[in-house]
Design a protein around this ligand. Structure first.
Ligand code: CMC
Length: 391
């Protein structure tokens, strides 16, 4: 026994002070460095948001140009890193490859990195934000047996990524500006979300003094689970399983059944008990993007029906369960031809900006201590060892 507060799932424990992101779960408010997510979604870009998260202020023109220049000139993946991919079976999950490849960045950039030096920390942040799309695209291309593409540094961040994903030799890729804009917006919405499971993981690992690549790799593995970032993949699989709008009622019944561990994926949130402001933006955007791309996806109708059915059902109303950021994002990714298994990788690219901003904030905060939760011990009292033949 001990004299500790019992708080499973950390629902009532603030593990840190932070000046990066603010959430009011009752009002459905999300601010990055004080700026409402709605305004950033409408007016900013992912790279500008990444700068904001890292530096605390929106960049002036020349500051942004310098930041973009730095990001652009760290986009290459070390040639030796490519060999890591060859070790994976062709159908390895891209999240497995991503986590391993990012962890292995430590082996390339660790020796000369001093986590106590602000310049070194900044360089690690630049490297991670710059290389993540290159590594992510490599995960996809390896899985379909295509050769890797080098980053085209004359393109912008998101277009460069789409190029590395889809370009085929000798066939110039016609990038659709609607697709690039949609992906940029999704990246903005996913860039940070204060002390969620993956960010808390990054901070816990970071608190030991581990290098930033190891810390972010740990965040990636925490993101993977279906209760967290893996939900976007799970939502699409669920919608496909439901299949047609007339099967929606059955799915809602199953989600309410306590003897069935089926949950409505993309529904519910630990903090948002009114609505998820990101889901509101994405819902609107889904209709717009599919319209502009001329995509007619029957799953959208299933999703709309499912949302309607759940929102008027007492079970969901009483528990304040609303669609979250992952409910509609998958339908947009699908419309952009991004395969389902890559959805959580998309989330990881965007969240890298937030993770590394938190890692830096942690190292800038004087008196940061190693994270070390306590427990309430409920096991056996002291007892004597019994030899094997006497048990
Ligand atoms: N479908 C059906 N019932 C649900 C759901 C759901 N999606 N979510 C919560 N509930 C029920 C739950 O069974 C419990 O009921 P009762 O009080 O009768 O036992 C009640 O609502 C409270 O749920 P909880 O599990 O205590 O809530 P939590 O804060 O621990 O979990 C959550 C939050 C997001 C993990 C959970 O709502 C969930 O599993 N949702 C589905 C997965 C998902 O969409 N995750 C993405 C979250 S947002 C983006 C991200 O973080 O990456």
């Amino acid at each position: 026994t001990g004299h500790f507060t019992f708080d499973p799932g950390f629902g009532a424990t603030a593990s840190t002070k932070s000046a990066i992101t603010y959430i009011d779960g009752d009002q459905g408010v999300l601010l990055y460095r004080g700026y409402p997510i709605e305004q950033l979604a409408e007016k900013s870009s992912f790279l500008e948001v990444a700068y904001l998260l890292l530096h605390g202020e929106l960049p002036k023109k020349d500051e942004f140009a310098a930041f973009e220049h730095q990001i652009t000139h760290h986009t290459m993946m070390h040639e030796s890193l490519k060999n890591f991919f060859q070790g994976f079976h062709h159908d390895a999950h891209p999240m497995a490859m991503l986590a391993a490849a990012v962890a292995s960045l430590s082996a390339f950039y660790h020796d000369d990195l001093n986590v106590d030096d602000p310049e070194d920390r900044k360089l690690a942040a630049i490297r991670l934000i710059a290389k993540m799309p290159t590594i992510a695209a490599a995960c996809y291309r390896y899985s379909i047996g295509w050769p890797f593409r080098y980053p085209r540094n004359n393109l912008e961040y998101v277009s460069r990524f789409l190029h590395m994903m889809f370009e085929v030799p000798s066939e110039p890729l016609q990038l659709n500006p609607v697709a690039a804009k949609a992906l940029d917006l999704l990246f903005i919405l996913h860039a940070d979300h204060e002390q969620n499971a993956s960010t808390s993981t990054v901070r816990l690992v970071g608190s030991t003094g581990a290098n930033p690549y190891a810390s972010i790799a740990a965040g990636i593995t925490a993101l993977w689970g279906p209760a967290h970032g893996g939900a976007n993949e799970a939502v699409l699989k669920m919608l496909e399983e439901i299949g047609t709008p007339d099967q929606v009622e059955k799915a809602v019944l199953r989600a309410k059944d306590k003897n069935d561990n089926f949950r409505l994926m993309g529904f519910g949130h630990r903090v948002y008990k009114n609505f998820d402001p990101r889901a509101k933006i994405i819902r609107e955007m889904t209709h717009k993007v599919l319209g502009e791309l001329g995509v007619n996806d029957p799953l959208l109708e299933v999703a709309v029906k499912l949302e309607e059915a759940a929102l008027k059902d007492d079970y969901f109303v009483e528990r304040k369960l609303y669609p979250n950021v992952d409910f509609y994002s998958g339908i947009i990714y699908k419309a952009l031809n991004i395969p389902t298994e890559m959805f959580t990788v998309m989330f990881a690219i965007a969240r890298t900006a937030g993770w590394i901003a938190h890692w830096i904030e942690q190292h800038e905060t004087p008196g940061s201590r190693i994270g070390r939760p306590r427990q309430l011990y409920v096991g056996s009292g002291v007892r004597d060892y019994v030899p094997a033949d006497k048990r």
